[in-house]
Design a protein around this ligand. Sequence first.
Ligand code: SF4
Length: 926
Amino acid sequence: MNFLSTVADEIVAKNDINLSNLHIILPTNRACYFFRKALVEKNKLLWLPTISTLSDWVEKMSGLKKIATLDEIFLLHSIYLQSGRAESLDEFLPLGRTLCSDFEELDMHAVRMEKFFRDLRNLASMKVYEPATELTSSQLDYLKFWERFEKLYTELRAQLLAEDKANSGMMFRLVADKIESISEGLNNFYFIGFDGLTKAEETIIKHLHIHNKAQVFWDTDAWYVKDAEREAGYFFRKYFKTWKGNMPYCENNLLIAKKNVEVISVARSVGQAKVAVELITNRLKLTDNNAINTAIILPDEKLLQPLQYLLPSTLSSYNLTMGLPVSRSVSGEFMLLLFKLHESAERLATRTKKHKLYFKDVVALFQHPFLKVFAKENELHQTIEEIRAKNIVFIPKSFFEKKEDLFIENILDSIYHSSDTSVYLSQISRIVNLLIDKFKRVESREIELEFLLKISDAVAAVSKPLLGATIQPKTIRALLSDEFKNYRVSFEGEPAKGLQIMGLMESRCLDFKNVIILSTNEGNIPSGKSTQSYIPHPLRNELLFSHTQRDAKTAYLFYRLFHKAENVFLLYDTEGNRMGGGEKSRFILQLQYELAKQNTKFSIKEMVYSVAPPEIKIAEPIIVEKNEALQQKIKDNVTYGLSPSGLSTYINCSLQYYFRYVAGLKEPEDIEENMESNTMGTAIHHVLEVLYKENIGKEISAEWVETIRKDSALITTLLKEGFSEKFDEEALLYGKNNLQFRLSLEMIYSFLANEKRRIEEGQKIKIEALETPLETTFGVAGMPVKIKGFADRIETQNNVLTIVDFKSGKAKNVILKEEEVAIITNEPALRVQFQLLIYAWTYLRMNPNLKQSIQSGIFWLQKTSDGFDNLTIESNSLLNENILQPFETELKKLLEDLLNPDKPFVQAEDIERCKYCPYKQICKRG
Ligand code: SF4
């Protein structure tokens, strides 16, 4: 018998048929539904009890009205402004969202806030404390942030309570604090099927339980509860030990019952959905009449859409209450594409003062299947063709004026009038209404229509609080995109009929004969360690759920599904691209190596499901012979000058070099929406050059470095200057750009801290030159070949002249074995060493009279400790003409190869080399 049915039996046995004075509390709505059904099945004449979820009951008891998250963020923003900050809603949005979720979590765990804020301040000041140094302005800012955290929490709470409103966390804390008075006169509670409880939940349930007002039914199994090592029993062992009163409900199925488990590895989400569908149709032979005993569990909701599309028509009813967020629907995708088009048009307008559209966005939108349904397909196609044929990268409005489609006209119109909040919102709304109108008239499009109606609701929800406000369009888009994740369309048939599809949390209390769990990858089950939060880890671990406790909760949900199941299919993605990285969950390993060994009736099989690989068309090899014109072009190039990165490209693949440097084929163009590392590098170089300019020819002191390091205003201004070519100040305030900007600041501070440390440890650093060209001409095959590069800085380190390159990428080692010199011009992995050698070699050729050896090194800007690495050949960092002779020989061979008219440009044999190549489309290698 399943868990809910057993509990229903006990309750009926104890209370007879009049259950109307009982309060039954369960964790989910679906569990409530099935429990009610179980009671009715016992006796149709029952007087049913009150049945609700814990959240609903708490909300009722709190007497408060739940505030929508969006409204809460708006309110928090107004409080933020009152605290003296000037951030607009745009800037505040990501911060506000995370703060609201942190505040809610703190309340759910009934954290003592006075102590929490005290600990928070102590932690923050420990982090910025450095003996005998004054705090920099960014360190002071950091401290102030935490002070504001306290004020925001207190004020938000006060203002919400003044209006009889609260978020869910506040309601739980309030009811937990007053549970004694709230429960006065209340009796006969049954809490069924709960698992790891937050502090507030625990206080409520435990109080009612120990005062004999409630009976608690746990849905557990002895296998993981009795063994202190098993994480799934973590919370229950604590409750069983410390809660007095009624005996907990604990069965012993996992060790004795027969279970058939199949672990199936399959590539990609679609592959998993296909296997799941194959299992339900061919293996389990499900129809509408027998599917109720089968559940498909989706820990990752991304699989919902492929699964839904593949479900066979023989299963007309299925229960999918978890719903699909509109952001994942075709309509949602279309709206997000439209937003992208708006966004890049605005960015261009800010930079160039011209209203133009980026061709890629237009093409993506016009190719969207959704648009084809009602726009004139021919016209869309012709428009795309015309853009391509005329090679229009930025499309002016005039281009669309002769187009006839009213819908396209409306879509495009919205782009050119987006500066006014209410106008922009009404334009979005108009587009959605136009779509709704169209879809109402198209047959068999009910699902899209449902999604569009939800999108319309989301637009209305965002518009309401913004009435009369002046908000930038990008904030409106961010708010809408966020709401699209929250608004869902449920596909709910008759809940007690058909296949049950749900998330892991929703499966609590429910038992099925057949269970199919998708995405059983490490990183999904359990879900990895990343949490979007401002609460520092030490406090999070002490006061909220720690990682271990979160994993314990997931372990319980996973093993619970095995309680009554006879057949369990665990599918995992072999190409997982999230945290799981294609690995199966460790819980599967525990099943294999522990449970299967203890229960002889527990059979576990591993299978590989191979989806037929896509037909691969073998592309013709590309060979470019060096005809006379090409030979001349190559000669021109080498006379003009070859850079180390050009040579590295040639080493990687001669055809790639041809595309880039000979044919002049531009790398696929894109608007730089977020900073790329090149832009960051250029900006950081600019800052360091300006800061150090005054020291050319001088030895730098630790005091000077420290003075500079403290001048955060100067550093910030210079960094903005460094970015100004690509981004205006505003673009640096948001999202990824803002993060990268701050990362660049961090790199500069860390560079200066390292510099100071190097000097304090006794190194004498004299700046010889900054941003200096390095050039030499070299005779190869009777031709003068110019090699040219740029040294970021030339310094003397304890009297040894050192050429320094700043790199913002990830640090690599720069050690070279002697034998590796012979392969350096054929091994892309030695790219960094190649560059350092070429700098040293060029410098020595430029200064033939130099008698001393020199060094060539890198300052890794991302490395927080000891960022400097000098190239070493067999542990020797000193380089001179003799040591570099073998390198020169190899370099010469490489250049001879390039100049050789009989050697065509060919594709790299090793396909790994194509991984980051921008021309892989041409070569059909990716
Ligand atoms: S895709 Fe590969 S073979 Fe083609 S140019 Fe790039 S690196 Fe060379």
